[in-house]
Design a protein around this ligand. Sequence first.
Ligand code: SF4
Length: 249
Amino acid sequence: MEPVRVLRSEGVEPVVFYANSNIHPADEYAHRLDTLRAWAVEEGLEVVEGVYDPEAWEATAGRVGDAAEAAFGMIVNEEGDRAEGAEPTEARTAREARCRACYRLRFEEAARYAREHGFDALGTTLSVSPYQYTAIIREELERACEREGIRARFEDYRSFYNEATRRSREGGMYRQNYCGCRFSDAEADAERELRRAERRAVREAEAAAHANERAAEEAERARKRAEKQAYAAKQAKKRAALKALRERR
Ligand code: SF4
């Protein structure tokens, strides 16, 4: 949504090329495409569907992903793993390689289409997402465009992510909860579980801290009660002594 708004504000009329052989399963691919098309009609935007070729994806990114999984098991992103300058682990590098192969396949297809149909430039909406590898997206977009002799129009749209989220929610649009491929589906489930466990741990730590506070408050109340009782007993004793004195006189 946001790249289209931004491009139009810059006087560019884009055509959306839907190149998503990565999406698994086919129903999900169709659902996302239907969502895009319904919105594009409202916006008066042209959408071109690329070739849905999951076999080509499996032969490239899928193969890289299988090798990474065989070496490292499921690769779950920790908080901040994709942040610029994050320390790369071997597993993270392997996952990046899979995503790079995935971007490459889709950008090559899009750039080929753009060249064959006389477009000036190719950009991408992938750079809206803070969950993607932005630097690799840029490299692969530029590489694909160079091969086809067209201009790469890369823009980092991540600052528009919150606005895109707000607008799509407000419009009641379908919002996918995983990137697209079979790996990302399982990884997103695991990452959500990880986040839930982290939130649970924070809640439990807070509850434990509150329990300590409550226990300290209760101990203080008990101390004050005991102090009061001791004072009352002392006063009663005094009164009794005075009374005995008076009676003796
Ligand atoms: S996580 Fe996303 S970008 Fe990476 S391989 Fe899967 S579909 Fe492609």
